[in-house]
Ligand binder design. Structure first.
Ligand SMILES: Cc1cc2nc3c(=O)[nH]c(=O)nc-3n(C[C@H](O)[C@H](O)[C@H](O)COP(=O)(O)OP(=O)(O)OC[C@H]3O[C@@H](n4cnc5c(N)ncnc54)[C@H](O)[C@@H]3O)c2cc1C
Length: 702
């Protein structure tokens, strides 16, 4: 089974830009036929591209000229899953495991292609074999889109979906209680959200449920103890509220205008962002979802702050829509997820995609609580990754994308260069640095067309069940047994070298809905985690550095390699690493993900770098002190050597110095927080330290 290959970029000069084509243009020659390839090559019959077709209407292509013409084009590569007997060398024999690959251009680069252009239907697509020139129907095709075209492809699809399903796309999914709160639009193209009229049947339910419980603007008489996912944060606030309307939120803000308020969501953060001794507010009752279609046919969703992502995905899925980005799990509430720049791989963070936020905060001049609609400028960039420091987020708006499918194929490589060589072909991939084997396991992922064949659907179901049993449950149980019960370092090493590498099924593409393939049931075991982000330019060096540090911490080596020793000398941390010799045997694969540049003020992927790579270090061991020693060292050293940043929602052992150096726009963020919260009501000790507000000059109100 051949491993995916990367197509070489054209050496030819770019074609002249046509005036009425808006996409960025390049030329790529057709892939020359490779008759020696064991697999057939297929040509994908792609959908018409309206703007490109229109722009080229005067070319010989459309006027019936027989000669292929050189036209400006955007390259897209496809991998197709075809029918046929399983290759002999395949580990898992299966009729779908033949994969071939080719590239073609966005507009259809030749006359022949243009004539063969065909329509895609979800399900069976019509493809043409370039070898036999015979039309064949195959169950589906995996589309590999270079990452810069990813968003474009989704958006194009979004318009298609809206056109196909106009009535569905405009229907609101559920309703929020109406509000009489004063609303102010800061600026931006969108009017403040008007709750749609409540359907009579629905209205009855809401009214009766509102009458059934006491007003939630009064705190609970016995505030519950708040414990986060990792059980490393535990506190009992003085007051705890679960408001149901925006008016109630404003009441709470009025009541605590001179105190401290912290909002909590699904409590899936490990950092001290959540901690509060005073008033805590949870918006778990704000779960409304409204969708609207704009003039260009894009669907936008406005989502209540307390809506869990999994619920949102389910509801959007009913309209064949989904979120533009997701993380590895979907348990978070939407306002909590954006608060810390939650991300997946091969895309921007969820925060980047936020279009509008409704915020309950304080009027800078009057000090009165008020509701603000923020939809543009630096205020929006701040609200996109807000750390809970701007006020109470009431709702968040996104532009949805049409539901998309992702093909996944697993593979192993020894070097990070090999892994990165496949990135163009599988832009959504994430990969794992395997401790004690020190190789890489990759889940190659790219856009795909759904499969409708019942056999394949059954196969997919089995894959999901197998993955759940083997990884989400089995592997975690094994790690837990090794590190918490047996506490055996040597067994942990053996397990990683001789068992883990063989758990993943390789050489076979699995296609599923985006939210099925891109997420895991990763929350079944309560782990503890730190995540470090390094810019692309430092990735290989950082991976080598981390490997050496983990080896020393494990006790496998006493001294790091010469190269890493020299790096440590540069920051005077060699002795500190030596003191960690044998302190912790890391037992969990280190997940590495790529996050595209964010348009925010302080999310981890903000700034000028094209993209960032995150390293997630997870432990299931208790106590966690030894892991923390290793994590502290990694955080300290990588921030100084590789400009690393730390995930705001995960273990965060650094302070203001790090934040100030890592985020050039931190001061702008702080200024905007003060604009909505002049007295620092929404700050806690952690955020005051990070933002530098606990100094005399930085103190709110000074
Ligand atoms: C098992 C697991 C898997 C994870 N996977 C990923 C992943 O793949 N990628 C990733 O980037 N992260 C991941 N995380 C981290 C997680 O996504 C973030 O920490 C996220 O912020 C948690 O969201 P939450 O809803 O639990 O919010 P909380 O943890 O409850 O709150 C987070 C912050 O948001 C603030 N906040 C919440 N709601 C509001 C509101 N309405 N108004 C104002 N402020 C508010 C809180 O004050 C707090 O500062 C994972 C965490 C876990 C436990």
């Amino acid at each position: 089974m051949p491993k995916p290959v990367t197509h070489k970029k054209s050496q030819r000069p770019a074609a002249k830009r046509s005036s009425n084509i808006e996409v960025s243009l390049s030329t790529t020659p057709d892939r020359p036929p490779q008759h020696s390839d064991p697999n057939p090559h297929w040509e994908f019959a792609h959908p018409p591209q309206p703007s490109l077709t229109e722009s080229s209407s005067a070319t010989p292509l459309e006027s019936g000229g027989a000669e292929p013409v050189e036209r400006p084009s955007k390259t897209i590569s496809y991998t197709q899953v075809g029918w046929g007997p399983a290759p002999k060398d395949s580990r898992i024999g299966h009729r779908f495991s033949r994969i071939s690959r080719f590239s073609t251009d966005f507009a259809g680069n030749s006359c022949k292609r243009q004539q063969r252009r065909d329509r895609i239907d979800s399900g069976v697509n019509t493809l043409h074999s370039t070898e036999s020139n015979q039309r064949k129907s195959v169950p589906s095709v995996v589309i590999r889109v270079p990452f810069e075209s990813f968003e474009e492809s989704l958006n194009r699809g979004s318009r298609d979906v809206c056109k196909r399903q106009p009535s569905k796309a405009v229907a609101p999914i559920s309703f929020s209680p109406p509000t009489s709160a004063p609303t102010r639009v800061i600026r931006g193209p969108f009017a403040p959200t008007n709750a749609p009229p409540i359907a009579p049947s629905r209205q009855r339910t809401l009214t009766s449920s509102l009458n059934a419980v006491p007003p939630s603007a009064t705190p609970m008489s016995h505030p519950p103890e708040i414990v986060n996912f990792g059980a490393n944060i535990r506190f009992r606030p003085k007051q705890y509220y679960e408001p149901r309307t925006e008016d109630e939120v404003l009441d709470i803000l009025r009541r605590h205008a001179r105190d401290k308020i912290r909002v909590v969501a699904a409590l899936h953060s490990w950092s001290d962002l959540l901690q509060s001794d005073d008033a805590v507010v949870c918006l778990k009752r704000f779960t409304h979802i409204e969708t609207r279609v704009d003039d260009e046919g894009h669907t936008h969703a406005t989502v209540g702050a307390g809506c869990r992502i999994k619920f949102l995905l389910k509801e959007l899925g009913k309209q064949n829509l989904t979120l533009p980005a997701i993380g590895l799990i979907t348990e978070q509430m939407i306002a909590g997820a954006i608060a810390t720049g939650t991300h997946g791989s091969g895309n921007h963070s969820i925060s980047h995609h936020v279009e509008e936020v409704r915020l309950a905060a304080y009027n800078h001049e009057t000090g009165e609580p008020e509701i603000f609609t923020i939809s543009a400028g630096d205020d929006l960039r701040a609200a996109r990754c807000h750390l809970g420091c701007m006020g109470v987020i009431l709702s968040v708006s996104f532009r949805c994308v049409p539901q998309y499918y992702v093909g996944e194929i697993n593979a192993k490589y020894q070097t990070i260069e090999d892994v990165l060589a496949h990135e163009e072909d599988s832009p959504l991939q994430h990969f794992f640095l395997q401790p004690h084997r020190w190789g890489f396991t990759v889940q190659h992922r790219s856009l795909a067309q759904p499969l409708t064949d019942p056999m394949y659907r059954l196969d997919m179901r089995l894959y999901f069940i197998g993955f759940f049993v083997t990884f989400d449950v089995g592997l975690h149980l094994a790690f837990k047994l090794l590190v918490s019960v047996l506490r055996s370092r040597s067994l942990t090493r053996l397990f990683h070298r001789h068992v883990v590498p063989f758990l993943l099924l390789e050489d076979k593409t699995y296609i599923g809905r985006s939210d099925q393939i891109l997420t895991w049931e990763h929350e079944l075991f309560r782990h503890f985690e730190i995540e470090l982000f390094v810019p692309k330019e430092h990735l290989p060096e950082a991976a080598e550095f981390i490997t050496e540090v983990l080896k020393v911490c494990d006790g496998a080596t006493r001294e790091p390699s010469e190269k890493v020793a020299a790096l440590l000398d540069r920051i005077d941390m060699r002795d500190r690493l030596a003191s960690l010799h044998g302190v912790f045997t890391h037992h969990y694969p280190i997940c590495i993900r790529r996050i595209l540049r964010d348009d925010t003020l302080i999310s981890m992927a903000t700034g000028d770098d094209e993209c960032w790579y995150s390293f997630s270090f997870i432990t299931l061991s208790r106590p966690r002190e030894n892991f923390k020693q290793m994590a502290d060292f990694l955080a300290d050293s990588t921030t100084r050597l590789f400009r690393a940043r730390l995930h705001w929602g995960k273990y965060f052992p650094l302070g203001h110095d790090h934040a100030r150096t890592a985020y050039p726009r931190l001061d702008d963020f702080t200024t905007i927080c003060r604009k909505y919260d002049p007295l620092g009501v929404f700050q806690n000790a952690f955020t005051e330290e990070i933002l530098g507000l606990n100094t005399a000059e930085g103190h709110p109100g000074s």
